[in-house]
Design a protein around this ligand. Structure first.
Ligand code: HEC
Length: 114
């Protein structure tokens, strides 16, 4: 009985560790983007160049993830020919905002150096 309890606790601890280690950015963005030739870092730099400033950039990202469109994309025409504009993300506003916050925090320093 006691052994079983210990095993259950060990499994629970492991599962919590796994979920805590992943944030909404990793959960919702990274896996799919790993397949693409342009990095998420380059994409954020494009956004900062076009929109500049944290507030504008985040708002633009949020809007694009909801309503992706060729005309509002910051990617080159050539890139979009090989990788057509993606489908809108089906995650909650809160989850999307969280993901964009992490995305910004993770890469904006490099964006600022330009
Ligand atoms: C199902 C796959 C997939 C997921 C999930 C995904 N992306 Fe993308 N993303 C793409 C593809 C494909 C492109 C290139 C085509 C395009 O620009 O829409 C792209 C383009 C982008 C761009 C450039 C947009 C532009 O102006 O064209 C940014 C920035 C970006 N993704 C960020 C994110 C973030 C942040 C998340 C998570 C909240 C995310 N992506 C989730 C596939 C995905």
């Amino acid at each position: 009985m006691e052994k079983r309890l210990i095993r259950i606790i060990a499994v629970l601890a492991l599962l919590t560790g796994i979920t805590l280690g992943e944030n909404s950015f990793e959960r919702n963005c990274v896996k799919c983007h790993q397949e693409l030739p342009a990095s998420l870092q380059e994409m954020l730099m494009n956004y900062i160049q076009v929109y500049s400033g944290e507030k504008n950039t985040k708002a633009a990202l949020f809007h694009f993830m909801r309503y992706p469109h060729q005309d509002t994309s910051v990617m080159s025409e050539m890139f979009l020919q090989s990788y057509p504009v993606k489908a809108p993300l089906r995650i909650s506003d809160e989850e999307l905002r969280d993901a964009i916050d992490v995305y910004w925090k993770k890469y904006r320093v490099i964006g600022r150096l330009r």
